[in-house]
Each structure stands twice: as C-alpha cells, then as structure tokens.
Design a protein around this ligand. Structure first.
Ligand SMILES: [Zn+2]
Ligand SMILES: [Zn+2]
Length: 354
C-alpha cells in the first residue's frame, strides 16, 4: 500500500532515540553532506581544518630552517590538499542505492513508516519508504531518510552517509587527516625544542633582518608579515598542539578501527574473532564520528529527558522508546526465506540504519 498518500505526509515521521538524542527523520531525503541543515560537527570540522591550515602554513612552517621549510611545504601541503579533495568528495557523493538515485524524486516528502502494514522498512529487498528494490547490503538511513548502498554508518562530521560509493573517500579523509596532524605535531615539537636550544635557527627568513628585538616574531611570512610578541606565538602553539593531539587521538582510534574492519573477514566466526569484534564495537562507541546506538544500553536517565522532549513535540514517547528497545525494523532486511542473515546479526547496532 502506498504510504505516501493522504494525511500521513502531513505529520513528521516517527522519532527514535540515538544515544539518548532524539532523532527525527527529515521529511525530504538528504542528497549529500551539503543538504540542509548543516550539522554543527561539520561546521566545527571545517573551522578546525581552516584554522590548522592557517596556523601550519602561515605561522609554523615559515619558522623552519630553509631546506626543511620547503620539504614541509611540499609534504604537508600535499597531505592537506589531498585531505581537502577527498573530504569534499566524501561529502558531495550521494551514497544512495542505485535504484534510489535512478528512480527517486528527492524533492518529494517521504512517507511515514506504517508498522501496522509492514514489519520492516526493507522486506524482500524492497524499501517501503523509498519504493524501490534495493540490493542486499542496502539499509535505510534515518538521518538521510533514504536507502544507502553498502551502508557503513552516518557520519556527523561529513554530515553524510558512508556507504559503498564513498567509503574509500571517507577512509582516505580520516587517514590523510591523521597524517596531516602527525606532520603538524612533528613541526611543532621541532620548533619547541629549537626555541629552547637555539632560537636563532627559527629566524632565518629574510624578513627577520629588520627585526632586532629577539622577543618579536613574524606571523604569516613571507607575504604578510605581522609582528607579535613571543607570548602570542607560544599561546597559539600550545592551543594548536592541544587541538592537534585531541584530534589525533580521535582520528587515530577511528583509523585503527576501520583498518581492523578491513580485516574483519579474517577474524572469522571463531570465539577469538567474536571477542575482537566485540572489543572493536565497544572501542568505537565513544567516538563521535559514528552514529551508533546500543539497543541494550543503559539510557534510563536520558530516556526520561527524551520522553519529555518527545511529548513536547506531540510524539508518543512510549511507542518511540519501545521502537528504540526492540530490534530496528529498518535495519533488518527480511529475506524471502525469512529471518535476518547471520551477517546482519553481526552488524553494528545502529539507529543510523533505521
Ligand atoms: Zn529506503
Ligand atoms: Zn545517512
């Protein structure tokens, strides 16, 4: 039955809880990471990227001695540029299932899932919301409200789903960001050591010939030299180092996790393999890069808050929480022979796959 018809399109789709956060599917399916509304994680990501790029190329690399300066420009510049390109591609790609891209009209409001008519959003490889036949590894993402081919997770930082179409661009984004941060930390540590050992090494740029006071430093060399005191440079350096270390820890975790996932098949179904997989899922949980939820998790305190939020929005809180507690009807693809596959049982429990 066509659930697009009538009044069903006039109210918001049902709400769900994700780590205690209320998630409402958008009425209009999102196309890619630039579909509105932008996520504040995405804004933070680009702000940090621009900030670190400015500090790296405008402040720190110009302090390096001649030869190292040009090596740093080429290596770090190459990594930052590569990151910019793959980051943009990962955000711009529409990861939707082929039939969704072929047949779906993105400007039309999405129907609301009617549980009285269907047990799951995707049944027999047909999505009752997208109204198309999808492949076996497709899942319907609640954040994008569309079917995503080879669904991995919905990433708040690129504000886009990560699926088979953009997975390697996403992976390259994480890998290049990690490499870029390692370069920056190396440069910062070198500058820090040289400042105490021989600060004159950091003042080899020709513009320093006119600066006699050793307590004065130049930013944004060689084009727009701005004179500042040592304290300003030290404060900027400490802030950037702290940001860099925090980012490196987060990105490093995510990168290791995805590298391990590539070897997931090698883990097999042995007890040891199951333990490693279980560890990896726990390991991933604190990472805000990935939208994930533990259906059995303790969220009682958060639930109370969200019940109030749901009620204020006119949503039936009890029903929504029951939806949260039971296996997601969206994420389980029911095959003709009935039941979910073993692979699906292994899948990360994620309301992104709602
Ligand atoms: Zn769908
Ligand atoms: Zn998504």
């Amino acid at each position: 039955m066509d659930t697009r018809s009538g009044s069903q399109c006039s109210v918001a789709p049902e709400a769900v809880l994700n780590n205690g956060d209320l998630v409402l599917p958008p009425r209009i399916s999102r196309v890619n990471g630039w579909s509105l509304p932008l996520h504040y994680f995405q804004v933070v990501t680009w702000a940090v990227f621009l900030g670190l790029s400015s500090a790296t190329f405008g402040i720190f690399i110009p302090l390096l001695p001649h030869v190292w300066k040009y090596i740093a420009y080429v290596v770090t510049g190459g990594i930052f540029f590569f990151h910019l390109v793959v980051h943009l591609i990962a955000s711009c790609i529409d990861p939707a299932d082929f039939n969704v891209r072929l047949m779906k009209n993105y400007s039309q409001p999405m129907p609301i899932f009617d549980r009285s008519k269907h047990a799951h959003v995707i049944q027999n490889q047909f999505c009752h919301l997208c109204k198309v036949t999808v492949n076996k590894k497709t899942k319907h993402c609640i954040s994008c409200n569309k079917c995503v081919s080879g669904f991995d997770h919905h990433c708040k930082w690129i504000n886009n789903c990560v699926g088979s179409r953009n997975y390697w661009f996403f992976f390259s984004t994480v890998a290049s960001a990690t490499a870029g941060m390692l370069c920056l930390i190396t440069i910062l540590l070198y500058i820090l050591v040289q400042y105490f050992v021989d600060p004159g090494v950091l003042r080899t740029d020709p513009n320093y010939e006119d600066v006699k006071n050793t307590n004065t430093w130049l930013l944004f060399l060689p084009l727009f030299p701005v004179q500042v005191q040592t304290l300003i440079v030290v404060i900027i350096g400490m802030v950037v180092l702290l940001l860099d270390l925090l980012g490196l820890v987060q990105l490093g975790q995510l990168l290791i996790f995805h590298i391990y996932l590539q070897g997931d098949g090698a883990l097999g179904s042995s007890a040891q393999g199951a333990k490693v997989k279980s560890f990896l899922l726990i390991y991933k949980s604190p990472c805000h890069f990935c939208t994930s939820v533990n259906p059995d998790g303790d969220s009682s305190a958060k639930e109370a808050d969200v019940v109030r939020s749901l009620s204020s929005l006119g949503v039936n809180a009890r029903d929504s929480l029951q939806i949260y507690r039971r296996p997601s009807p969206f994420s389980s693809t029911v095959h003709p022979e009935g039941g979910s596959t073993a692979q699906e049982a292994d899948d990360e429990p994620s309301l992104s796959s709602l």
